[in-house]
Design a protein around this ligand. Structure first.
Ligand code: SAH
Length: 347
């Protein structure tokens, strides 16, 4: 596999063009082309520089190979990487802007029982440039429709555990929020984690005030360990302490994801458990009905029961919402597209 130009920071691009015998200002042209989501072969620099770059760097490291359109305007993509791996992403339209959901790893090694992304384990980490290219490619795809840019918000909620690929993810966060580039403010970026506690502390110290989202899904450590093996390593109490630190350092309210699973985590006792864990904290609870994954036996609850659970939380003093399910007609939960692609292309 060739190298990935989008992995380079602006300063690194300057060093590269100088090492190729070019004037330093060429870095600006290259950077602008990259940030517009252009392939190297299309960037407006000399043909000579383009061909030098193409000897060493991938022309298009992340390529859309399939698009699924939902009736609600949501689009899901299968992206091919240069080594033949595939990842997926989602583009969601909202009144206030558009959100791109990105993957941070090929597969995942967290083994959560409800999740399709982890079915085949971790294949490899994505580089910062491969994560960035997902945003830039989709932004470019919709550029005619929106000014100044199509993607206004980013969520790290695709395949992979972002804090298990910490250095590349932080490099991506710096690149995607850089002022001269696509310039998506950290306040418009949400990072979701299953709760890798030491890395939550590290992230708090990065000076990147992104929204921190924790996949909680249970109210006790024992219950949580039934569906999330990471719970054997880090306790809910430790996660909450790390969240407090995150809030102190960034001033950002944190969010808990809670996927409602029948007979598992959504009776009255669980609502009470959540209220006693979270009441009074600067946080919000995002409920979502489980997206049933065909390889898994876990079941969702109906909408009425979900609203009942939501009512218990809000009555108990928590800030909580039930997430609207969008794009449900085009391949459900994260990891499902890739899983079915692999299944269909395996032999
Ligand atoms: N690894 C990160 C980010 C990935 S997924 C994390 O664990 O947070 C984004 C969210 O979707 C997580 O809260 C995850 O637990 C949840 N999720 C995964 N599979 C799901 C499914 N089948 N139905 C509902 N939510 C799911």
């Amino acid at each position: 596999m060739k190298k990935i130009l989008q992995d380079l920071s602006y300063g690194e691009l300057e060093e590269l063009v100088i090492s190729l015998g070019e004037k330093k200002f060429r870095a600006q042209q290259l950077y602008q082309g990259i940030m517009r989501g252009e392939k190297i072969s299309k960037i407006n620099v000399s043909a000579e520089l383009r061909s030098k770059l193409l000897e060493e760097y991938e022309d298009e490291p992340v390529k859309i190979i399939q698009t699924f359109h939902s009736s609600d305007g949501t689009e899901k993509y299968l992206f091919a990487l240069a080594d033949g791996n595939v990842i997926e992403g989602v583009f969601m339209r909202y009144k206030y802007g558009n959100t791109q959901c990105v993957s941070t790893q090929v597969g995942c090694r967290m083994s959560c029982k409800f999740c399709a992304s982890t079915l085949g384990g971790l294949v490899r980490n994505l580089s910062s440039g491969e994560i960035l290219c997902q945003v830039l490619t989709v932004d470019a795809l919709h550029s005619a429709e929106f000014t100044p840019r199509a993607v206004t918000n980013v969520v790290l909620m695709g395949s992979g555990e972002p804090l298990d690929n910490y250095d590349n993810v932080v490099k991506f966060l710096r690149a995607v929020s850089a002022k001269g580039g696509i310039n998506i403010s950290p306040r418009n970026i949400s990072l979701s984690t299953c709760g890798i506690v030491p890395k939550i502390y590290s992230l708090a110290d990065e000076g990147l005030p992104v929204n921190l989202t924790i996949s909680l899904h249970q109210t006790t450590d024992e219950g949580r360990a039934r569906t999330m093996p990471i719970a054997n390593k880090y306790k809910i109490a430790e996660i909450l302490k790390a969240c407090e630190y995150y809030f102190e350092k960034t001033g950002r309210r944190y969010i808990f994801e809670y996927s409602l699973i029948a007979d598992e985590n959504c009776d009255k006792a669980h609502a009470d458990g959540l209220i006693s864990l979270l009441k009074g904290r600067p946080c919000h609870v995002n409920l979502i009905r489980l997206n049933e994954v065909k390889e898994r036996t876990l079941k969702s609850i109906d909408e009425k029961a979900a609203y009942r659970f939501l009512g218990l939380l809000t009555k108990g003093g928590l800030s909580a919402t039930l997430r609207r399910q969008i794009g449900a007609d085009i391949g459900g939960a994260c990891g499902q597209l890739r899983a079915s692609y692999i299944e269909n292309n395996d032999n």
